[in-house]
Each structure stands twice: as C-alpha cells, then as structure tokens.
Design a protein around this ligand. Structure first.
Ligand code: UD1
Ligand code: CA
Length: 490
C-alpha cells in the first residue's frame, strides 16, 4: 500500500479572492462552520496528505487571513498575490514563494473555502494521480447544474482534453455536467514549465490555472480526471445562504458519525455539534442542544433539551437540562438545570447539583454539594456535601476588586443568605435564614445576623387607611375578633 509519505506533496491553498458575495468585513475563508473557519477545515483535510510544504496564497485582507493560517499551521508559507489576476497567476505567486528545492514531487492545488473536504478524498485523488503517472489531474464531479463551473472536456475515446470556463464555453461545452472542482494535482516539473506559458487571452482576462490541462496534453503527458462521488466535499460557500447550507450538511455528517459510534441523538435537526467535540458511547442528546468548541461528554450522560455547552466537560452519568455553560466542568452523576448558567471556571463535583436559576463563575463546588435554587455563586469554593440555601448571593465584588468565599464540608447555609467576600465558613457550620455573613464562621458554629422580629399590630389600618390592604386587614379582624388592633406606638 502506498502511503502519503511515500512521495513529497506540496499543497497550494488559494485564498486571495475577495469573497465579496459574503458582504462581510470578515474574509470568506474565515467564516466559521462547526466551530472552525472554512480554511481551517481545508487545512485539516490537507494535513491528511502529510504534505511536505503548504503554501497559502493570500491577497484581500492578507493580515487577517495570513495570521489565521499561520496560527493553525505555523509551518505554512504565505504568498501574497497583490492583484487577483486568476487562479493561474495565484499558483505562480505560490510557486515563486517556494524554495526551489521544494519544487519537486506532486503539487496539489485547492481552494480555501470547501469546508466539507476530507483528507481521505485528497489522498485517494493524489494516489491515483501518482499511480497513473500523470502530468495533471482534475478532481472532477458530475452535478445536475454545472452553471458557473469549468467543464471537463473529453474526446471521443473519453480521454480528458482540457477544461473550459463557463464564460468561454460553447453551448455544447456548457451542456457538459462533469465539472472541475477546483482541486488539481500536478507533477512539479510540468507545473514549473507550464506556469510561464499561461496567458490571459480569455473572456475573463485572467490567467487560468485550468489551461494547464491542455498544455500537459500538448506536451504529450498523461492527463486525467478523478470524479468524486461526494461532490459536496468540493463545494465552496460564496454567500451566507451557501454558508448556512454547508454548515447544516457538515453538522449532519458530524451527527451521523456520532450516532454510528453509539451516541443517541433524539433530534438531529435541532442538534449542533462542532468538529472538535468528543462524545462517549451511550451519551444521549435531547432536542435543541448545541455542543461547541472542545466540549467532551462522557458515557451515559444525558444533555438537553435546550442546552448550549461551549468548552465544557460533562462527566459520566451527569444530567444537564436547559443550561448555558462555558469553560465549565460538570462531574460524574451531577445534576445541572433547568435554567442554569455556568460561567468560566465552574467545577461541579461528582454527584453535585446546580439547580434552577443559579449562575456560577469561578466556583469549585465539591462532591455531592448542592446549590439548588435561585443563587449567584461567584469566586467561591464549596466543600463536599455542603448545601447552599435558596436565594443565596456570593457577594464577590466590592466595587473595586473580586474576593473569594470559602465554605467547608457538610455545611448547611439557609435561604436568602449573602456571603460578603472575603469570608470563610467552616466545616459543618450553619447559618440562619436571611443571614448576611460578613465575618468568618468557625467550624460547627451557627451564624445568624437578622435581628429579632418586631411585630407592630394594627399598623395597616393606621398607616394605610382606605387601601385594599387595609380593607383585607379589617375584614380579617371582623371574622376573628381576637386579632389585636394594636394601639401601642411603632
Ligand atoms: C475556478 C476554476 C473552475 C472551477 C471552479 C471551482 C479556474 C480558471 N477556474 O473558477 O474551473 O470549476 O474554480 O470552484 O481556475 N483565487 C485566488 N487568486 C485569484 C483568483 C482566485 O487566490 O486571482 C482563489 C479564490 O480565492 C478561490 C479560488 O482561487 O479560493 C477559486 O477562485 P474562484 O474565483 O472562486 O473560481 P473561478 O475562477 O470562478
Ligand atoms: Ca474567478
């Protein structure tokens, strides 16, 4: 079996075009699909060839595009095409940017905007090209509506003779449904000789890379086309509508792969999973879930309905319902939601709980610890087995700086508490309802800050006469004469 490393492959990625139909300040190839830029998907597919060199041709917004490429692939060579004079010109610019010693072996040219492209397909194409000993190969596809594409021309014997662009095609040529995907492979020596021979004598006034196919044939070299079955892999997104369509298809493919691997996805139509997400077997995803970034979900966890998790780790057997979470860790068998908001730095221990209308940030919540209702937990550490009462605020911000609250193990803090950080509550400690904890509470102590209750009888009738409130109080007194009118001062 031949492997990618058995021949040197140089890849040229074309990304100098303006992408004006996107109508965006962001360059076309930088628009994301499934958590990665379109060019990121292309570079990932290209990596499957184990290329010796990758040259990216940049032009429009070269700083933005170039730095993104070098971030993804630090070894990439950037070639700047000052004016977009056609794909042939772009490849020439790339060729000149290459070290002459690297101008050998096989050269693959591809566009930067095909997010469904797979490394496997490129490998099969390049292997066929080298095995057939061709000067030039076209990755072609047969499509029902070929309008706009270059058409692959063949002679009576079926041998490829060249490519004709839409604008230059005769009606018979335009009727051909085999198109040039834009991905071509070349023998380096041939490409080196062909690039200076390209002209811009055509309807677009551009240097067409596609003219190399006819040149190779004229040189007596073998040329050919390899038709890909899965034509969507070579499809580019030129506008926002195509971007959405390809994103949906990419997502469908990602979900299909996870379902084959043993993940239950109840409603693929409302589930979105980024490429870098990892899911274990027997994970269940309920409708309306987005798993983004580097999110990881372990075995038997159930996520959904209606969650957005970005860069979140969900432990095995955990249950996450109607939750928005980012850069958070949810322990095994933990419960989150409904309506929870886990912000960066949240770590919920195994068997722990973050319940309804609870927001957490920078918070380590221990094993089996619970924050069940209506709370804000910011800059906190909560020990194992501790229960935080309903409606608790961790007041972490004094208007200038953030401070931490530390609560020990198996503490019981009551409802409607405020922890004014920095403050520490010891192991096994307790607080009373409505307590504002400003000072440390030692282990085992009970802290109560609310004063004794004062009850002023008859207050409503005296201070709110003529209101519905007063009428209700009066009616209650009428029914039950033992209710005191009060009379003493307030
Ligand atoms: C090209 C092919 C056509 C093929 C189609 C597939 C040529 C002459 N035609 O069409 O046969 O069916 O792709 O999509 O090659 N680019 C540059 N610099 C330039 C021009 C283009 O970097 O000067 C880049 C673009 O950013 C894009 C790629 O090359 O990534 C293809 O260019 P585009 O204009 O989209 O393709 P066409 O020329 O229409
Ligand atoms: Ca063009």
């Amino acid at each position: 079996m031949s492997t990618a490393s058995s021949y040197p492959v140089t890849v040229i990625v074309l990304a100098a075009g303006g992408g004006t139909r996107m109508k965006s300040k962001t360059m076309k190839v930088l628009h994301p699909i499934a958590g990665r830029s379109m060019i990121g998907h292309v570079l990932d597919a290209v990596a499957g060839l184990e290329p010796h060199r990758v040259v990216a041709v940049v032009g429009n917004q070269r700083e933005q595009v170039g730095s993104h490429i070098q971030q993804l692939l630090p070894g990439a060579v950037l070639a700047v095409q000052e004016s977009q004079d056609g794909t042939g010109h772009a490849v020439r610019v790339a060729w000149e940017a290459l070290d002459p010693a690297d101008r050998t072996g096989t050269v693959l040219v591809t566009a930067g905007d095909t997010p469904l492209l797979e490394g496997e397909s490129l490998r099969a194409f390049v292997e066929e090209h080298t095995a057939a000993g061709r000067g030039a190969s076209i990755l072609s596809g047969v499509v029902p509506n070929p309008h706009g594409y270059g058409r692959v021309l063949r002679d009576a014997t079926g041998a490829v003779t060249g490519i004709v662009e839409q604008k230059d095609a005769t009606p018979e040529e335009a009727a051909v449904c085999e198109i040039n995907s834009g991905i071509l492979a070349f023998d380096a020596a041939f490409l080196d000789s062909a690039l200076p021979r390209l002209t811009n004598d055509n309807a677009n006034g551009e240097y067409y890379l596609t003219d190399t196919v006819q040149l190779a044939r004229e040189d007596g070299l073998v040329v050919g086309a390899f038709a890909i079955d899965d034509v969507l892999q070579t499809e580019g997104a030129n506008d926002r509508a195509q971007l959405a369509a390809l994103a949906k298809e990419k997502n469908r493919r990602i979900l299909t792969r996870w379902m084959k691997d043993g993940v239950t996805i109840v409603d693929p139509d409302t589930t979105w999973v980024d490429v870098d997400v990892r899911l274990d077997r027997d994970v269940t995803i309920l409708p309306g879930v987005q798993l983004l970034g580097a999110t990881v979900v372990a075995e038997d966890a159930v996520v959904g309905p209606d969650c957005t998790l970005k860069d979140v780790e969900v432990g095995s057997g955990a249950r996450v319902v109607r939750t928005h979470a980012e850069l958070a860790v949810i322990g095994a068998d933990a419960n989150v939601g409904p309506f929870s908001y886990l912000r960066p730095g949240t770590e919920l221990g195994s068997g722990g709980k973050v319940g309804g209308f609870v927001e957490t940030k920078n918070a380590r919540i221990g094993e089996g610890a619970k924050v069940p209702h209506l709370s804000y937990v910011g800059d906190a550490e909560i020990g194992e087995g501790t229960n935080v009462g309903a409606g608790t605020i961790f007041a972490n911000y004094d208007g200038v700086a953030k401070h931490r609250t530390v609560i020990g193990r198996h503490a019981r803090t009551a409802s409607n508490n405020t922890f004014v950080a920095p403050v520490r509550i010891g192991d096994g400690a307790a607080t009373g309802a409505g307590t504002v904890v400003r000072e440390d509470v030692p282990p085992g102590a009970l802290a109560v800050s609310a004063g004794p209750q004062r009850t002023i009888e008859g207050w409503t009738l005296r201070r709110r006469p003529g209101t519905a409130q007063a009428e209700a109080a009066r009616a209650a007194e009428e029914r039950d004469p033992t209710i005191s009118h009060g009379g003493q001062g307030e």
